[in-house]
Design a protein around this ligand. Structure first.
Ligand SMILES: Nc1ncnc2c1ncn2[C@@H]1O[C@H](COP(=O)(O)OP(=O)(O)O)[C@@H](O)[C@H]1O
Ligand SMILES: [Mg+2]
Length: 224
């Protein structure tokens, strides 16, 4: 465990589960309570931006090896931790991540078949074994996730456009991760209306935070 004053929350789940929606809601709810909130995405650094567009748009030529995919996402994460997440946690912020290490376990592990223990070792060695204090798993059947994505009528990236069976395997992997880490990962039924989900998520987060953070921004304004 790390002894920084901040609190680290991640959101996980399939594309279309509502992660971006819920990250924004929770950030707003916590800012309303005067917490210093920093939201992050996997591609939230210069390196991440470059690698992410490469990995997700890599359409031509031979398929990316699953290990390449796993290593590139880990490279993004190392940089994100060093440049953004760890400094924010050290100053006492609440960091909210839209996807984090569980996504690599679910997608490159469960979805693509990379050995899970190897991925966990990689996370330990490259990312300092930094895990969120709380992970909200937005659980939604793959068919509903796919419907929501279709309704958006946006072009799908390489991973989003993978066959149904791939998304089903990723969903099963998220389920297993949640079962294996009940203290960290809270499963939320994400098929309900967004406002209902947001209320639950906010209750869960607030109930877990005070004893750990307890330093609303109003009191840390001195070093803002
Ligand atoms: N609870 C919900 N019920 C119905 N539609 C939702 C819900 N949450 C999000 N959406 C819609 O589904 C789509 C995907 O949501 P988004 O937050 O982008 O998911 P993700 O970031 O997990 O891919 C968006 O069009 C969004 O407005
Ligand atoms: Mg999103």
């Amino acid at each position: 465990m790390h002894d920084w004053p901040g609190f680290f929350i991640s959101f996980e789940g399939l594309d279309g589960a509502g992660k971006s929606t819920q990250v924004a809601s929770l950030a707003g709810a916590l800012r309303g309570r005067h917490y210093d909130v920093r939201t992050v995405r996997p591609n939230g650094t210069l390196l991440g931006e470059l690698l992410h567009s490469f990995v997700l748009q890599h359409q031509r030529g031979p398929a990316l090896d699953p290990w390449s995919e796993a290593l590139l996402f880990n490279a993004e994460r190392v940089q994100l931790l060093r440049e953004v997440v760890v400094p924010a946690l050290q100053r006492g912020a609440v960091v909210i991540a839209d996807r984090y290490a569980d996504s690599t376990l679910a997608y490159q592990g469960g979805g693509r078949g990379v050995d899970l223990d190897a991925l966990r070792r990689l996370h330990r060695d490259a990312c300092g074994d930094i895990w969120p204090d709380l992970t909200v798993y937005l659980d939604i059947p793959p068919s509903v996730a796919a419907q929501r994505q279709r309704a958006q009528q946006l072009p799908l990236d390489r991973i989003e456009g993978s066959p149904e069976e791939f998304h089903a395997a990723v969903h099963r992997a998220f389920d297993r991760l949640a079962e294996a880490s009940p203290d960290r990962i809270v499963r939320v039924d994400a098929t309900r209306p967004a406002m209902e989900v947001a209320r639950d998520v906010s209750d869960i987060a607030v109930a877990r935070m005070p004893s750990v953070v307890g330093v609303p921004a109003a009191r840390t304004g001195a070093h803002a």
